[in-house]
Design a protein around this ligand. Structure first.
Ligand code: F6P
Length: 537
């Protein structure tokens, strides 16, 4: 992180340490408008933060000193910014709607391939949705089961739920990810083999969980339909690894490809979105990509002072590095966005959970905040107490949609009233004097006083649509990118998840072998022995 630019931010934190969000509002009647902006269908009000114009200037300087502009261009133009894997990072190419766009990787334009796969996905999803694609026994497809994990699952799960009003209601969509057999078993109970399409989604097509579930699903299907030939009509693959796909037994003509420059957690707008496209149709899927593209263009072209992803990233850094906030919470006031916080966890924490910088040196500051959240108003009756009166500082992003898909009486007014009221309460709190005026018993005043001064961002769109969802996802993708640039870490590799995977293979051998090696530490050996005894080995 650029230390000179950061020092200035630190100085301002010190200078304003006795000022609260309330003070800032009292000082500047224009504050709400000053610290708000619109982009790609989203309105961001970030005025309820511990900032003033001077602080924003210092934060923008930090971005500039980190060469952010040049880094953004490197990403959009296909430079190999994922250096530890020697790969470009081009999820933005997947939703580039400019028909003339040319983006080269290793001298080859990637856009014709992107358009070709998108068209093939569109044709395929049309045939499934219209009942032209039939199962082995001639029945039309009613159930779609996406088998994948991590980025090959979380995006489709999140978006399928988010866009429920746009989905084909006479079809049912399932997502199997966990290697816990319960996940597959409970799904198989809900479906009929003759009417099911399994989508095996895996960038590498070697992921243990996905391949184990896919093999088990294949065995089940063959057993249910009585022929191996049924696989061709009931299995398709989404992958970058054609050889692995055909080894598994899926004809590569039933494979939808993508490329090594699409990171798993950024892959929703690639072939990985096929289950979503079948659910909402190719036109709505295009609108989703359009939303992504609008936010991409905003991010690439807007000056940092008016750039939504940059502002969110800088505010995150202010609290994380300047105030020691270890986590932040994303609180969608929309039931359809229930899985959005879980989706963001992988995007943010797998990207920036890094402890060495791009030179391989240990970082001297903290990186990678912990992201968590639940939809409102449910969270209010659960963990909000800690945000209001606990000892941790937890900045929050509140997300709301002004128009509901499901108007019932005044429920939506109440939902939105809660959202706005929470941000008000968090920022302004309640003083002892206010409690006293309300007649609160003296001995209860310390417990009923709210410190306030808790920072929040509020993101509002008119309605949750494919387009606004795409823009929202892109907003957070770019926020994570900006933070990675400022922390000077590689955001697009994930070596940290490898060790557990490798060790699991050795443990599995010891769980199942006649004569286990038991070469582990004493605790692991004990657990293995206990398990073996319980299952009679
Ligand atoms: O375990 C981490 C990870 O590599 C993620 O980055 C990825 O999204 C997930 O596994 C699934 O990988 P694949 O799509 O290759 O099955």
């Amino acid at each position: 992180m650029n230390s000179a630019a950061w020092e200035r931010v630190d100085e301002l934190i010190d200078k304003n340490q006795n000022k609260t969000i309330k003070d800032y509002f009292a000082e500047d009647p224009e504050r709400a408008q000053r610290f708000s902006l619109e982009a790609a269908g989203w309105f961001l009000d970030y005025s309820k933060n511990r900032i003033d114009a001077e602080m924003m200037k210092a934060l923008v300087k930090l971005a500039e000193k980190s060469d952010l502009k040049a880094e953004i261009e490197k990403m959009f133009t296909g430079k190999k910014i994922n250096a530890t894997e020697d790969r470009a990072v081009l999820h933005t190419a997947l939703r580039n709607m400019d028909p003339k766009a040319k983006i080269k990787v290793d001298g080859k334009d990637v856009m014709p391939g992107v358009r070709k796969v998108l068209a093939a996905m569109g044709d395929f999803s049309d045939t499934v949705r219209r009942g032209v694609w039939r199962g082995f026994t001639g029945k039309r497809i009613k159930y779609v089961v996406n088998i994948g994990i991590g980025g090959s699952d979380l995006g489709p799960v999140m978006a399928n739920l988010a866009l429920t009003p746009y989905t084909k209601r006479n079809m049912k969509f399932f997502f199997v990810s966990n290697v816990d057999s319960t996940h597959l078993a409970e799904t198989l109970r809900e479906i009929k083999a003759a009417e099911t399409l399994f989508i095996v989604a895996s960038k590498t097509f070697t992921t243990q969980e996905t391949m184990s579930n896919a093999e088990a699903a294949k065995d089940w299907l063959v057993q249910q339909l009585g022929s191996k030939k049924a696989v061709a009509k009931h299995f398709v693959a989404l992958s970058t690894a054609a050889d692995e796909v055909s080894k598994f037994g899926i004809d590569v003509k039933n494979m939808f490809g993508f490329w090594d420059w699409v990171g798993g957690r950024y892959s929703l707008p690639s072939a990985i979105g096929l289950s979503l496209m079948i659910a909402i149709g190719r036109n709505n899927y295009k609108k989703l990509l359009k939303g992504y593209y609008k936010m991409d263009r905003h991010f690439r072209t807007a000056r940092f002072e008016r750039n939504m992803p940059v502002i969110l990233a800088l505010l995150g850094i202010l609290y994380h590095n300047g105030y020691g906030a270890e986590s932040y919470s994303v609180l969608p006031y929309d039931q359809y966005l229930s899985r959005f916080p879980a989706y963001l966890q992988q995007m943010d924490m797998e990207s920036n959970g890094k402890c060495v910088d791009k030179n391989g040196e240990p970082v001297t500051y903290t990186t990678g905040p912990i992201e968590w959240g639940e939809p409102g108003t449910n969270g209010q009756h659960s963990f909000y107490q800690l945000i209001h009166q606990g000892t941790h500082l937890i900045p929050c992003d509140f997300i709301g949609c002004s128009v509901t898909h499901n108007p019932i009486g005044d429920l939506h007014d109440k939902l939105m009233a809660n959202l706005f009221a929470q941000t008000e309460a968090l920022a302004f709190g309640k003083t002892a004097e206010e409690c006293e005026k309300e007649g609160v018993e003296k001995k209860l005043i310390p417990f009923k006083t709210f410190e306030g001064n808790k920072p929040t961002n509020t993101l509002l769109c008119e309605k949750l649509t494919p387009e606004t969802l795409g823009a929202l996802v892109a907003l957070y993708e770019h926020k994570v990118f900006v933070q990675g640039v400022i922390w000077n870490v590689y955001s697009y590799d994930q070596w940290g998840v490898q060790l557990g995977k490798v060790l699991a293979k050795g443990v599995l051998a010891d769980l199942t072998a006649k004569k286990p090696s038991m070469k582990h530490d004493a605790s692991t050996n004990q657990l293995i022995a206990r398990y073996r005894k319980a299952v009679g080995r």
